[in-house]
Write a protein that binds this ligand. Structure first.
Ligand code: PMP
Length: 357
């Protein structure tokens, strides 16, 4: 029946190396339940922010291409203290990492990625003909294995790491960045800071010193805007300019750009939620009688042995790890966190009283 007899079944128009590439694994999910499986923000936008955005959307011309990417890139660049031309917006941080892989990898180039790590990384590497080099990070984030991977074309570090929550401060990372930059052919180093707002500090300033470094950020976590698919990267303006030239035109929807603008208007409200989270995370970690949580600086905990059966039975959705007897759970709001502790046989103590001003 095929008009192309040269194609053997399964007939394909794909590159051979992409024929059997699996889709990003969205694990089978129970219906309903509290969403603690995607590292989303625990609560939606404040009503005033929501109203402000809806009002913008009501006035948005739907028949025109988005106009505001340049202007809003500039707003975010100033806020982040990035050099002129040194910030690029993208339709999610995942899409930007895909762009970085597309632009930087030749067939067979290796990319060092943490193991355990974000499950999207190996798929992005393979999409562009690259080869994955897993860098064992265990529960912590030891640097020796990264030093051993400096011959890779790109290194993708996640700070804090997903799914472990491990993080290291800028001063500790510095020797690795210096060693990478000193190589005859420096690897491009991506620091994925998807969860950095929850950590004690950002590695933002390192990109001002190393032209082979890109900082990757998202609006999906601390800024509670996963629905709008907004990410950005910061780096050397020459490199960022070339990446910008490779981005598809108008890749950020006008509605998402409006959402970005309003999210920044209301940043203080989101920051208050973020500031309260680590204390709740630590109370939860300490309240589990039969489980252990790995030390985390993110908005989630990696807990073992795998507590998913008990949690799902209690209507709480978490992410099971394929590679270990463990599950990753987002730190939700206070009631959800208390439910997690209860489902695992513990009691969440009340929050410590805030110091009076
Ligand atoms: N990096 C890491 C480490 C993540 O965990 C995630 C989200 N799970 C992302 C990037 C992707 O975020 P975005 O929604 O911007 O694609």
């Amino acid at each position: 029946a095929f008009a192309y007899p040269d194609f053997e079944p399964p007939m394909t128009f794909l590159r051979p190396d992409l024929n059997d590439l699996p889709a990003y694994r969205r694990p089978p999910e129970p219906e309903g339940g509290v969403r603690l499986h995607m590292n989303e923000a625990p609560t939606d936008w404040p009503p005033a922010a929501r109203a402000a955005l809806l009002e913008r959307l009501a006035r948005l011309p739907f028949h025109q291409y988005p106009e505001r990417q340049g202007e809003l890139t500039e707003r975010l660049r100033r806020r982040m203290g990035a050099p002129e031309g040194g910030l690029l917006l993208g339709p999610s941080s995942g899409a930007l990492l895909d762009l970085v892989a597309m632009a930087g990898l030749e067939p067979g180039d290796t990319v060092g990625i943490p193991d355990p790590g974000f499950s999207l990384y190996p798929l992005l590497v393979r999409r562009h003909g690259g080869r994955v080099r897993t860098v064992p990070v265990g529960e912590g984030l030891p640097l020796a294995p990264w030093f051993a991977a400096l011959d890779c074309r790109q290194l993708w570090l996640t700070l804090p790491n997903n799914p472990t929550g491990a993080w290291i401060p800028p001063a500790e990372l510095e020797p690795l960045l210096a060693a990478a930059a000193a190589r005859p052919r420096p690897p491009l180093v991506v620091l994925d800071e998807a969860y950095a707002e929850f950590a004690p500090a950002t590695h933002r300033l390192a990109v001002d010193r190393y032209p082979n470094l890109l900082l990757l950020r998202t609006f999906s976590k601390a800024l509670a805007s996963a629905a709008w698919r907004l990410g950005y990267l910061i780096g050397d303006p020459i490199l960022v300019g070339k990446l910008a030239a490779l981005q598809l035109p108008y890749s950020l929807p006008a509605a998402s750009l409006e959402a970005l603008d309003v999210a920044l208007d209301f940043a203080a409200a989101f920051e208050a939620t973020v500031r309260a989270l680590p204390e709740r995370r630590e109370r939860l970690a300490a309240a589990l009688p039969a489980h252990r949580a790995a030390p985390s600086e993110a908005n989630f905990l990696l807990v073992s042995p795998d507590p998913a059966d008990s949690l799902e039975a209690a209507g709480l959705k978490v992410r099971r790890l394929a590679s270990a007897d463990a599950a990753r759970m987002t730190v939700g709001d206070e009631p959800a966190t208390a439910r997690v502790a209860r489902a695992l046989g513990g009691t969440l103590p009340p929050p410590a009283p805030r110091p009076r001003r």
